[in-house]
Design a protein around this ligand. Structure first.
Ligand SMILES: O=C[C@H](O)[C@H](O)[C@H](O)COP(=O)(O)O
Length: 219
C-alpha cells in the first residue's frame, strides 16, 4: 500500500470514533484531509465540526459540513488529527503544516484525541522531525536565542505566516528525553505562542495504518 492509501485507511477507521448528532473537532494536514473527505459521507449524521485551521475550515465547508466557531462550543466529544511523530506514550510532535496552536486549543477542549497516522510516524523517541514553535514576529530573534540555549538549532520557516499572523521556527537537533518538561520550558519563553510538542495533552488513542491493516494503540 502507498502512504496515501495508509492515510486513507486510518481516516476511514476514525469515523467509528465520531459521535452521532454531535460536533467533531477536525485537525489539519494530508491525513486530516482524508478524514474530512470520509466525514463528508456521514455529514447528515453529525451536527457539524470545529476546524483547527483555515484550510480545514475551507475543506469542511466545500463538502457542505457546517463549521462552528470554537467559542460557540462548550463540549466536544472527540478531536481527530494527524501528527508528524508519535510515540507509544502517545506523545506527539505536530505543526508540520503550521497549525499547531489552533490544534492545541481544539485538542484541549476535546474529551478524546484520536491521532491518525501511517506507521512511518511511530518513533521510539521524538526529535527526528524538527520541532515547530509558533512565535510572535517581534520575538523571533529572542526566542531563537533561547532555543539555541536549550540545545536546538532553530530555522525560520521562510515565507510562512500562520493563521494567527505569526512565524514558525523549526527547531532541529533537540534531544527530547522528557517531552512534558521540554514542552513546558519552551512554552514559558516570552513570545512563544505554542510549541509543537503534545505531551501535556497526549493523544488518547492512535490509529496506526500499516500494510497489515489499522492497529489501535493507547498508552
Ligand atoms: O500543522 C499540521 C499538523 O500538525 C499535522 O497534523 C501534521 O503536520 C501531520 O500532517 P500530515 O498528516 O500531512 O502528515
Amino acid at each position: 500500500m502507498t502512504q496515501d492509501e495508509l492515510k486513507q485507511a486510518v481516516a476511514r477507521a476514525a469515523l467509528a470514533h465520531v459521535v452521532e448528532g454531535r460536533i467533531v473537532g477536525v485537525g489539519t494536514g494530508s491525513t486530516a484531509n482524508f478524514f474530512i473527505d470520509a466525514l463528508a459521507g456521514i455529514k447528515d449524521r453529525i451536527a457539524g465540526a470545529v476546524a483547527s485551521s483555515e484550510s480545514t475550515r475551507q475543506r469542511l465547508e466545500s463538502h457542505g459540513i457546517r463549521v462552528f466557531d470554537l467559542n460557540e462550543v462548550d463540549d466536544l466529544p472527540v478531536y481527530i488529527d494527524g501528527a508528524d511523530e508519535i510515540t507509544v506514550e502517545m506523545h506527539m510532535t505536530k505543526g508540520g503544516g503550521g497549525a499547531l496552536t489552533r490544534e492545541k486549543i481544539v485538542a484541549a477542549v476535546a474529551q478524546k484525541f484520536v491521532c491518525i497516522v501511517d506507521e512511518s510516524k511511530l518513533v521510539p523517541v521524538l526529535g527526528r522531525f524538527p520541532l515547530p514553535v509558533e512565535v510572535i514576529p517581534l520575538a523571533r530573534a529572542y526566542v531563537a536565542r533561547e532555543l539555541v540555549r536549550l540545545g536546538g538549532e532553530p530555522r525560520l520557516r521562510e515565507g510562512f505566516v500562520t493563521d494567527n499572523g505569526n512565524l514558525i521556527l523549526d527547531v532541529h537537533g533537540l534531544s527530547i528525553v522528557d517531552p512534558e518538561a521540554l514542552e513546558a520550558r519552551i512554552t514559558q519563553i516570552a513570545g512563544v505562542v505554542a510549541c509543537g510538542l503534545f505531551a501535556r495533552r497526549p493523544a488518547d488513542i492512535c490509529l496506526l495504518g500499516g500494510s497489515a491493516g489499522v492497529r489501535t494503540l493507547s498508552a
